[in-house]
Each structure stands twice: as structure tokens, then as C-alpha cells.
Design a protein around this ligand. Sequence first.
Ligand SMILES: CCCCC/C=C\C/C=C\CCCCCCCC(=O)SCCNC(=O)CCNC(=O)[C@H](O)C(C)(C)COP(=O)(O)OP(=O)(O)OC[C@H]1O[C@@H](n2cnc3c(N)ncnc32)[C@H](O)[C@@H]1OP(=O)(O)O
Ligand code: TJR
Length: 377
Amino acid sequence: MGFIQLLKSQFLCHLVICYVFLVSGLIINLLQVCTLPLWPINKQLARRINCRLGYSIASQMVALLEWWSGTECTLYTDPESYSLYGKENAIVVLNHNFEIDFLCGWTFCERFGVLGSSKVLAKKELAYVPLIGWMWYFMEIVFCKRKWEEDRRTVAKSLQNLRDYPENYWFLLHCEGTRFTEKKHQISMQVAESKGLPKLKYHLLPRTKGFCITVQNLRGTVTAVYDSTLNFRNNETPTLLGLLNGKKYHADLYVRRIPLESIPEDENECATWLHKLYQEKDQFQEQYYQTGRFPGTVVSPPRRPWTLLNWLFWACLLLYPLASLSARVICTGSSTTILSTVALCVTASVGVRWMIGQTEIKKGSSYGNKDVPVNNN
Ligand SMILES: CCCCC/C=C\C/C=C\CCCCCCCC(=O)SCCNC(=O)CCNC(=O)[C@H](O)C(C)(C)COP(=O)(O)OP(=O)(O)OC[C@H]1O[C@@H](n2cnc3c(N)ncnc32)[C@H](O)[C@@H]1OP(=O)(O)O
Ligand SMILES: CCCCCCCCCCCCCCCCCC(=O)OC[C@@H](O)COP(=O)(O)O
């Protein structure tokens, strides 16, 4: 292990990165709250400000992937579509197999200039994750309870709000609804069988309602679906803790641009269309496992300096007060002060560990894990 790699694995470095993330995140959340009075006066300005503020939090995590771990992100696509990325509103359909797939998504958003405005149909539980969940509230992220009786109304309403969004955005949909595990795969393939659908090898059966309602509500403002398939080289199983330890991964993403007009308006036809899309995605994954590459041309967009500059800005602002506070605590020699400081650090570390836990598949939800009564008629 080289010196730099050894340095990256040190707890003190992690403490510094997490401190900057936590304190800057809280400051940004506070600034977001301060924009509340602006919403009724100038909604579009409030949205633009929140895009910038959101960028300042999300880009720190992207910096962790791009600059700290040096993870490489390769894009396979056709050059004609490439010129449109970042210049139009799009719905992104992405497989959900990896703990950091959200972060790879963010990285591509960053490279095409839509990180601050990126959207997702996310499970409601994520709205309560400190900093990120709070930030998402102001970025008008669409939350669902994965209970269609409730979601059909609330999701449609949130989607309608996005129709006059002032910046180009990518709306991410993990149609599988949960992350891939062997058990969830087995169960979802029972459902596929009961519906007479072909089995998928690398994906769970997609849930079609969220996709259809999104297409229905965003038609006219979104121009394309980006069918995206992500995988990692050499069977890597990337984790957020791995990134924090400076581990470098190699992500490959295949993106196909599909004009929205080609997606059927009828709900049943739209659902059938999505099932067909997932059968094709499964074939792309098969090709990746056989050949180590996706179809299409490699046209990797380079990483940009902004994520690093944003992190350095916050580090410069926040590390000096931390250093002088630590010096004062040590100089006072008061055991109460030292013990309270240690207790604060431990609480913050536990908090961050809990947040990281939200990304771990082994701590994932039981959604899609329960045996479904199969109707064989
Ligand atoms: C280009 C690079 C990428 C760019 C990235 C861009 C932006 C980045 C932005 C942000 C990054 C941060 C990312 C954070 C990620 C967080 C993601 C999540 O939280 S995923 C979880 C939440 N999202 C979803 O669930 C979306 C998909 N789900 C749906 O669409 C659902 O339909 C629903 C709307 C949520 C409603 O769910 P519900 O369960 O109530 O209804 P369903 O219709 O799904 O269920 C009934 C239906 O399903 C059949 N069924 C039953 N069991 C199964 C099973 N195990 N598998 C499949 N299907 C099953 C059942 O028979 C019913 O079928 P039918 O309708 O035919 O009767
Ligand atoms: C600079 C960086 C500092 C890093 C240290 C702090 C890290 C804190 C990170 C908090 C990240 C919280 C964002 C969570 C996004 C997780 C997205 C995700 O993958 O959710 C899972 C759901 O889709 C499905 O859930 P399951 O049904 O599979 O269960």
C-alpha cells in the first residue's frame, strides 16, 4: 500500500471529510430554510437558488468519488445523443444493483451540468435522512411510500409541480423499486412467471406504475427517456465506506436515448413497453458479462474541477475554526470540556455511520421480499 493510499484509509482523514460535510450541510440546509419567504414572491428564483445550494451538498459526495477515490466513470452511448445530454429534460431509467449507484448517477449529472437540478422518485424514508433528505425537500424531489393507493395522488401532484421547472433536469427512476438481492430476484421472477412474462437474469421485475405516471405527467416538458444500464468492472462491489477509504472503482454506464413520443400513452401499452425495455437491459448486462463492455461508443465526459473547488471552499472556511477550537479545548485541560468534545465527536461519527448505513444493501428494506400469492389461472 502506497503512502497516499495509507493516508486515505486513516480515520482522522475520514473525520475531517465528514466534519466538513456535516457542518457545511447544516449551514446549507439553514440557507435553504431562509429561502422559504422567497417562494411565494419569486418561485423561479427560489428554485434556482436551491439548485445551487443543493449542488454544494451533493457535489461533496461526487468529489469523494471523483477526486478522493479516483473512481473512473466510462460512458457508452452514441455520439448523436451525447450532444443532447444536459440540454433537455429527461427521465432516466436505471438498474438498482449497487450501493453507490445513486452516486454514479450524480457523477454523470455533474459532468453534464444538471447535478443541482437532478430529481428522483425516492422512497419516503429517505426524506428523513439528515442533510440529504432535508436538501431534497427544497429540490422538489418526488417521494413515494411504495403504496400505490397513496402514491397515485401524491406522486402525480409532485410531478405536475415540475412542469414549469426553470432548469434542465434528469428525473431518475429505479423501476425495480428496491435493490437487487437473490431473494427479491427469486420472488419477483415468481411474479413474472405468474404474469406470463419472460424471466430476467440481472434485474428484478420492473414496477410499471411509477414509470407510467411519470411519463404521463411529464409528457410535453420531458423530451426523452435515457435508458441507462450500470455495471462495475471485474465484479467490483463498490460501497460508500470503500470510497471513504479511497478505494478506486471502475463504473461503466450504457445510455440509450429514446424519444418520449415513441412511448405509448395508454397505461397498459406503456407497462408492456417497460417490460420489453427491461428484457433488453437484461441482454445488455449479458453482453457486459460475456465481453466486458456495453454496446455503443465510449465517449467519457471528463470530470470537472467544480466539485473539488466547492469542497476546498468549505474546507478552508470550516477547518480553521475546528483547529482553533481543538487547541483551546486541549489548552483548558478541563476534563469536562474534553469529555464533552469527545462525546460530540462520537455522536457525530455514529450519526454519519447511520447515514452511510442507509446506502447498504444488507440493511435494505423488506420491500419485494415477501412471498406473493401466485395466481396460476
Ligand atoms: C444517466 C445517469 C443517471 C442520472 C441520475 C439522475 C438523477 C440522480 C438523482 C438523484 C440521485 C439520488 C438517488 C436516490 C435513489 C433513491 C431511489 C429509491 O428510493 S428507489 C425506491 C422508490 N422508487 C420506486 O419504487 C420507483 C419504482 N416503483 C414504482 O414505480 C411503484 O409502482 C410505485 C409507484 C412506487 C408504487 O408501488 P406499489 O408497491 O404500491 O405498487 P406496484 O404497482 O409496484 O405493486 C403492485 C404490482 O406489482 C406486482 N408485484 C408484486 N410483487 C412484485 C415483485 N416482487 N416484483 C415485481 N412486481 C411485483 C403486483 O403483481 C402488482 O402488479 P399489477 O400492477 O400488474 O397488478
Ligand atoms: C463528502 C462525503 C462525506 C461522506 C460521509 C457522509 C455520508 C452520508 C451519506 C448519506 C447518503 C444518503 C443518501 C442515500 C441515498 C441512498 C439511495 C438508495 O440507494 O436508496 C435505496 C432505495 O433506492 C431502495 O431501498 P431498498 O428498498 O433497497 O432498501
